[in-house]
Ligand binder design. Structure first.
Ligand code: 6PG
Length: 221
């Protein structure tokens, strides 16, 4: 399995703790985090906004996204909107915020990611089909050139709507720490496939350190 499996009851609380710990252990003055989308991410950010309100100096934090749907930023499907509502508007500060903009194309965000060098944290979720970020089974983004850090991508099955922009595995691998958060029985099969070493997209993620925060319902057996 790619990374350390940590089975916890309180995934959002553990997520917040890991981000705070990473912030206090950061090797540079600044701190960079790439946010995810999805319902689990929303719960994690709402908790981080509370637990991290005093424990992080948000004026030192640069915020990126690991993936985005190609929708207006005020769309209910926008990951940018999710990150702003669940986290940024609640902590009230950040040094810089870099949303993905599909209309600018992948090269603009590729340049942004190449400039940041390393991410301190990349937060990822797990789809029931084994996807992570917007790297879907059978999608072109899985086989991007190693030099590509960001691509436009789409779910060929149609199960996950919208054209997407996403970090590639190369882009994700720039993380000092990848934190996966997985909750609920509907993710147990996908989590089991990861634990069994099956070639699902999430199993391909590599970084300096990969930690899986999984609740009891989603935990592999
Ligand atoms: C997205 C997310 C996606 C998400 C998983 C899990 O843009 O949809 O980045 O990768 O993390 O689908 O989502 P849930 O937590 O809602 O199950």
């Amino acid at each position: 399995m790619n990374g350390e499996l940590v089975v916890v009851d309180d995934v959002p609380g553990e997520f917040a703790e890991r981000v705070i710990e990473s912030f206090h252990g950061r090797p540079e003055e600044g701190f960079s985090i790439a946010l995810s989308g999805g319902g689990t991410a929303r719960r994690c950010y709402e908790r981080l906004a509370v637990d991290g309100a005093q424990q992080l100096d948000w004026w030192l934090v640069d915020v990126y996204w690991g993936d985005e749907r190609c929708v207006p930023p005020d769309s209910p499907d926008s990951n940018e909107r999710l990150g702003r509502e669940a986290l940024l508007e609640r902590v009230g500060a950040a040094n810089a915020v870099y949303p993905m903009r599909c209309d600018e194309g992948a090269d603009a965000y590729q340049l942004r990611v190449s400039e940041v060098g390393r991410f301190d944290v990349v937060h990822l979720g797990l789809g029931a089909d084994g996807h992570t970020a917007s790297l879907f089974p059978g999608s072109d983004g899985l086989d991007a050139d190693p030099g590509r850090l960001v691509v436009l991508n789409v779910d060929p099955s149609g199960a996950n709507p919208h054209d997407r922009m996403t970090l590639t595995f190369s882009g994700i691998s720039r993380a000092r720490l990848v934190v996966f958060t997985v909750m609920g029985s509907d993710k147990q099969e996908a989590m089991q496939r990861v634990a069994d070493g099956e070639d699902v997209p999430a199993a391909r993620v590599r970084a300096d350190r990969v930690v899986w925060l999984v609740d009891g319902e989603a935990a592999p057996r």
